[in-house]
Design a binder for this molecule. Sequence first.
Ligand code: ADP
Ligand code: ASP
Ligand code: MG
Length: 405
Amino acid sequence: MSLIVQKYGGTSVGSTERIHNVAKRILETQRSGNQVVAVVSAMAGVTNRLIEMANEVSPENEPTEREMDVLLSTGEQTTIALTSMAINALGGKAISLTGSQAGIFTDGEHTKARISNISPDEVQRLLDEDHIVILAGFQGSSPDGRITTLGRGGSDLTAIAMAAAINADLCQILTDVDGVYTCDPRIVSNAKKIDEISYDEMLEMASSGSKVMQSRSVEFAKKFGVKFEVKSSLNNNPGTIVTEEHPNMESVVVRGISIEKEQAKVTIENVSDEPGVASKIFHAISDSGVIIDMIVQNVSKTNHTDISFTLHRSDLKKAKQTIEPMLANLGENVEMETTDGIGKLSVVGIGMRSHSGVAAQMFSALAKGGVNIQMISTSEIKTAVIIEENGLEEAANIVHEAFNL
Ligand code: ADP
Ligand code: ASP
Ligand code: MG
């Protein structure tokens, strides 16, 4: 008998008919001789709708994050009850648990809480009594008993963390695609399914826009060595195994391509080239809660330099409001310029560590396609460029083709 954790995403439980199909699949998994914990997300669109409603009732001031979490956790709570009912209606024995009932404890950081520990006794007890446990994704409980949520896409994290806590034999992330592809198949129609990918590659892809997995869940899986499979909830095709890196993986130079839309850029021109300037700017930005991505500083020729950074477009207003009052303190003639309408294109692969020329090949493909590169950043296993958002999808196709993915 194996202990299996399955996670069904929003689209897979997007209607009562789909919940019925998911219920059948969960029951079949148990009837093949396994113990099953099934983590479910809110039905497709529900979390977004709840956020819209929160903004509608508090248009002037932002709703408090405590109340946001009370609200958002209801999406998953609806799905656990319906899924359990559907399984029971099919003659199975299922029971639903909220995050807190399942012993998922987090810190107190509402809307982006981190799991601090899991006490799986109740889950274990119910499994031992032959129940199927239907667990609400994306939620937990703070040390003082407040409901918390784990950040968008957080049901992936619930599944991986619970798999680690109960030492599951198998963790499956069941979604609306057959696995992790060389690029989002909705953008590159001939993208191919990847059979196996390392944690680091999955992490780089997830954090640079491949939303098929929540990046924090991949980080967690790497830390605790949870091997998992991303596969379709609609068929039984083999999916993508996400696991520890092994030497054979290095023979593939580029594993995949990610794009991230809705980026923006802030450039602060003519700042004095002296110690402490970057520190002032980025401390202020960090204190304002804005998350930044790439940072580029020019070489200074005249004791002055330009500093640019990118961020999500929705944070641009806050970043401008933070920097504007500081400009005079950063040197004479300091100016700020901002741009939105840009996006990021990244190529990822652990083979880049041992193969040269990936950046050159990427840049020449973009040049041939007439795509202008505005910023470049690299890590050991990633090369990323900022380009116009309008041409982002076409550029992804061009680069995908250039690397024969
Ligand atoms: P779920 O609701 O099951 O959590 P998500 O919408 O979060 O599903 O993730 C699945 C979606 O991720 C796919 O429909 C696909 O459009 C998108 N996606 C982005 N990048 C990739 C990729 N590299 N491989 C597969 N899917 C991707
Ligand atoms: N329902 C949450 C979201 O939409 C969590 C999840 O689906 O994983 O972000
Ligand atoms: Mg998801």
